[in-house]
Design a binder for this molecule. Structure first.
Ligand code: WTA
Length: 584
């Protein structure tokens, strides 16, 4: 693969001979006249039009050659390896569905997973879906406030955790009246289990491995994920079982997964990528997934690829940029197995694609989507030339457009709001108990994403930035309001304003501007203490790496902190319209 430059745009041209082996060899042919209904039969339905996304992960493969193949190759942080076939995962998830049923979990109940990347994530997630309950996932980095927000708002009945993470739940349990059970993945047959807790290992031992999967309606809810917006607390984005149609098809067409692939998605299950493309799409396609529990480390990651013979690798720009910092490490690995690589979550800069070509001999394919969209919406395809820096083209069945504030489509080349025509199968069904927030997305008649972009004359989409204050740091979506709320809980802080500051590795870092309460003065110790405080209260990844102590914050007359002004000042840009600015 080589890069050529046409009209100042670098292009990777796909070779005609290789395109034939792509699961979708002709984009135009598939996009034209595409109807989602034709994709419905790719997944497994029950009689009477019922569909369960969990059933489509493991159970549907029983009795096929996939049954005895590895669904999961798991490598722990300390190097231990566990393998589970599709048949075993079907049985384990059946057992877990029985455990849930025995503890009184019913269709529609919310059950949250608060686990590190261990095999039980997959067993419990699928087990929850098979009962018709709604699975919620959370990052293991979450602290007290993030946990209260999610478990409280969703009125979760059960949370599944480990002995190591459990103290964070213990601390807040009395504030969660609807939380009936804490299920602990203990591995010690219940020996350490305290009153009011359930032992995973003990209950699983006693549970039958036969379970009659609940025949859910395609519109019944399957999973929910909390994500940040500009204002207010994070929103519970709710998805329906029908989404599996789209997760299945995009995993096939976009990830280009084939029967014998060994696939590695580096995303955590606390993020939508870890759910749609770390569980649903790939398992529905019957491929073998590699899961690595440990933290980022260039040599270790490369070792995972070579050792487990990873063929398809889905990762994120921040990770790629981190790998780029030590290019020489790649020289020690062959990447012989690797055939297709992709990226998601932030703009994939041309430099990262060039690096991929050099280091692995492959081009990263960018994919754009959101928690709300449930699956990949705009992307670069196996069969299509890549314009470096562009996100690519909309998936078949998806109409994407660039619109103005009133919902009018703007001409090619004009920046505007990136919008989608509503009605795709994996679209969010609800913002949990918040109809106004849900409606906000659709006010123009389009689904408005919150991103700014433009479309070129060839129909390729180019990302510009967020249209709102949401911060994207190392691929994670962080709402400034949540960080500000955590900051002002600190005894020294009177007021706080938070922005995303561009960063060469992480895309953005979180930067806070604070005013101190009387009696406190600036010191390195204080700043360290504030950072630790936010890590503990909110999340390990959502703390401000930079904090400026200021005398006052720019505010509107109604008292709202003007983050736009903070950002413009930080970047040395014109501050713009400040008619409503009031600084005291
Ligand atoms: C950003 C992640 C540029 C974007 C799956 C979007 C991207 C937000 C890309 C959603 C991309 C995602 N290029 N930006 N390829 N993919 N984003 O909900 O701002 O965590 O709105 O879902 O990530 O983040 P979320």
């Amino acid at each position: 693969m080589t890069i050529k430059t046409v009209n100042q745009i670098e292009i990777i041209t796909k070779e005609a001979g290789k395109i034939n082996s792509c699961n979708m060899p002709d984009y135009k042919a598939m996009y034209t006249g595409f109807d989602w209904k034709n994709a419905y039969d790719n997944v497994s339905w029950f009689d009477n039009g019922k569909l369960n996304a969990g059933y489509n992960c493991f159970d549907k493969h029983l009795g096929t050659p996939v049954e005895n193949k590895d669904a999961l190759i798991w490598e722990g942080a300390t190097g231990e390896i566990e393998k589970y076939t599709y048949g075993q995962m079907a049985q384990l998830s059946n057992k877990f569905s029985n455990v849930l049923t025995d503890t009184g979990i019913k269709k529609g109940d919310r059950v949250f997973i608060f686990l590190p990347k261990i095999p039980e994530v997959y067993v419990t997630f699928v087990g929850i879906l098979k009962t018709g309950a709604i699975a919620g996932t959370m990052f293991s980095a979450f602290g007290k406030e993030a946990l209260i927000d999610r478990l409280g708002d969703s009125e979760a009945k059960m949370v599944i955790t480990t002995p190591e993470l459990k103290p964070r739940i213990d601390e807040i349990r009395d504030q969660l009246p609807k939380l009936e059970n804490v299920l602990v993945v203990d591995n010690r047959d219940g020996q350490d289990i305290r009153q009011g807790e359930l032992s995973y290992s003990k209950l699983m031992q006693g549970a039958s491995d036969e379970y009659d999967c609940v025949h859910t309606d395609p519109e019944d809810y399957s999973f929910m994920l909390y994500t940040s917006g500009t204002t207010g607390k994070s929103k519970g984005i709710v998805h329906a079982h029908l989404g599996i149609v789209q997760q299945d098809l995009t995993a096939n067409i976009v990830l280009d997964l084939k029967e014998d692939d060994i696939y590695w998605c580096t995303a955590d299950h606390g993020w939508v990528t870890g759910v749609s493309y770390g569980i649903l799409g790939p398992f529905s396609n019957g491929v073998t997934q590699v899961v690595y529990e440990g933290r980022f480390d260039a040599a270790k990651w490369y070792e995972v690829i070579d050792k487990h013979k990873v063929t398809v690798w889905y990762t994120a720009p921040t990770a790629i940029r981190m790998l780029m910092k030590t290019p020489e490490v790649a020289d020690n690995y062959s990447f012989k197995s690797l055939r297709y690589i992709l990226s998601v979550g932030e703009p994939l800069n041309p430099e990262a694609i060039r690096f991929g070509l050099k280091a692995y001999g492959l081009a990263f394919h960018d994919t754009w989507w959101q928690t709300e969209t449930g699956s990949i919406m705009i992307t670069n395809y196996c069969c299509m030339d890549i314009k470096l820096g562009s996100m690519g083209k909309p998936f078949p069945g998806i109409t994407a457009a660039i619109i103005d504030d009133e919902g009018n489509i703007v001409p090619p080349g004009t920046p505007g709001l990136l919008a989608l025509k509503p009605g795709w199968p994996s679209q969010l069904r609800e913002v949990w108990q918040n109809e106004p927030k849900f409606k906000e997305y659709f006010e123009t008649g389009w689904y408005v994403s919150g991103d700014k972009a433009y479309e070129d004359t060839d129909g390729y989409f180019w990302f510009i930035g967020r249209a709102d204050d949401v911060i994207m740091t190392a691929g994670e979506r962080v709402g400034p309001f949540e960080v500000e709320s955590a900051l002002v809980e600190h005894p020294s802080i009177a007021e706080a304003g938070v922005i995303g500051k561009p960063d060469p590795t992480r895309g953005e870092i979180i930067k806070a501007f604070i005013t101190l309460r009387e009696g406190y003065s600036a010191s390195d110790e204080l700043l360290d203490d504030i950072k630790k405080f936010v890590k503990k209260h909110l999340a390990g990844h959502a703390y401000p790496r930079e904090i400026d102590i200021v005398e006052s914050l720019p505010k509107t007359r109604s008292g709202k902190i003007m983050r736009r002004v903070l950002k413009a000042r930080e970047l040395g840009l014109p501050v713009g319209d400040v008619a409503t600015l009031e600084e005291d």
